[in-house]
Design a binder for this molecule. Structure first.
Ligand code: SAH
Length: 383
């Protein structure tokens, strides 16, 4: 007796791969397009509902294929509309947890949706844990577990889209996707790049290339490769205006110094005909938030296609850092703007639900209860 072969998760296939998969089933190429429409335009995962596919084809599909997404273990909605899900990846690997009430933190990620006027941004993860070891990041504390595969990355968006759906006018609620959740996307290049392809494909999620942003701590060789091979937007976690400080905050800097990193950024812009690179800069009280740091940053970015996003630090248990004072953030931002470097402060959203990435998984790991803020309107624990 032979073991049943594993079914192919269709969410892990790019259009070319799906074409090949359908061809191997002996079906005509247009079937692949029909299938993609069901999957990505109508968020349908049940082959029986795909009524314009021949019954025999649907039966065959059920035998060899599936649409499998991460599992929602908890949903939180903040007073400001920010929504956060705790997702378990265990089911995608076929693991069965002994106790369905227990969340295995090593297989968990968080996904956050941030609604703003005119747009909705979904923040997704690329790895379980992270190996970059940035000193101010809570994910770093849990270390690196594994890369997410293509289906696990696309599955996050598929799931969020299923949950959030469409606006009355027919537009999708999710308009922007950022790889700013757990993990270093460029350290998982071989899965992240095909996943972005599916997100941007007009038969896939059809999100415009300026609205899919890969955020990196600065893996220079992969950035240069990305410039050649894809066309999504790029954000770079700079966090410090000189090598001495960046060596400490973002350890990859010991390998790729700021000059080399910025050089790769400008090459990216040229190659991609992109408007600019977004530089993320976490505001740490007394560490990188002084006027002299702002002036150093101005010297690095003045006259360049750059935008700076100042992120007030989100504290987590055990951290040695504190969030910069609002006046310090404002002063820093003004120095940048006065000298021609566009800087904006990221509003902190979903504070009441610990929407800063890494926070909730951290709490699950510590086996402490999830803190529920006063503005929280709904919490559903799904087992
Ligand atoms: N590894 C990628 C993407 C994940 S983090 C990267 O480094 O870009 C997304 C952004 O959140 C990064 O700019 C990261 O530095 C920042 N970040 C991490 N921990 C934070 C914290 N505790 N408070 C505020 N921002 C944080």
């Amino acid at each position: 007796m032979s073991a049943t072969p594993a079914k192919t998760n269709l969410l892990g296939l790019t259009r070319t791969e799906l074409d090949a998969f359908i061809a191997a089933m002996g079906e005509k190429p247009f079937r692949a397009r029909q299938l993609m429409k069901w999957l990505y335009k109508r968020a349908e995962s049940d082959f029986d509902q795909m009524t314009d596919l021949a019954k025999s084809f649907r039966e065959r599909l059920k035998e060899v294929a599936e649409v499998r997404t991460p599992e929602i273990r908890m949903t939180q909605v903040s007073g400001d509309g920010t929504r956060k899900w705790l997702l378990s990846m265990a089911n995608l690997r076929g693991d069965k947890s002994a106790n369905p009430d227990e969340i295995d933190a090593s297989q968990a990620i968080e996904m956050v949706f941030i609604p703003e006027p005119g747009r909705g941004t979904l923040c997704i993860s690329s790895q379980l844990g992270c190996a970059m070891d940035c000193t101010f990041c809570s994910t770093a504390q849990q270390g690196f577990n594994r890369n997410l595969n293509i289906a696990e990355i696309v599955g996050q968006v598929w799931l969020a889209n299923k949950e959030l759906g469409y606006e009355p006018g027919g537009n999708r609620v999710i308009t922007n996707i950022v790889f700013m959740g757990m993990g270093e996307p460029l350290a998982n290049y071989r899965n992240v790049v095909p996943a972005t392809e599916i997100l941007m494909d007009d038969l896939g999620f059809d999100i415009s290339r300026r609205r899919v942003t890969v955020s990196t701590s600065g893996l220079v060789p992969q950035m240069l490769k990305l410039a050649e091979e894809t066309n999504c937007a790029l954000a770079v976690s700079l966090h410090a205006p000189n090598d001495e400080l960046r060596d400490e905050l973002v350890p990859i800097n010991r390998k790729h110094k700021i000059a080399e990193l910025l050089d790769a950024c400008w090459q990216y812009v040229n190659r991609q005909n992109a408007r600019s690179i977004t530089f993320e800069y976490v505001m740490l009280d007394g560490v990188n938030d002084k006027p002299e740091h702002a002036f150093e940053l101005v010297r690095l970015l003045q006259g360049r296609p750059a935008k700076v996003n100042l992120i007030p630090f989100n504290p987590f248990p055990g951290t040695r850092y504190q969030r910069s004072k609002p006046e310090a953030i404002e002063r820093f931002r003004d120095i940048c703007n006065r000298h021609g470097v566009i800087a904006t402060t990221r509003r902190t959203r979903g504070d009441d639900i610990d929407a800063a990435c890494g926070q909730l998984v951290g709490r699950v790991r510590d086996r402490t209860t999830v803190r529920l803020g006063s503005k929280l309107i709904s919490v559903t624990v799904q087992t």
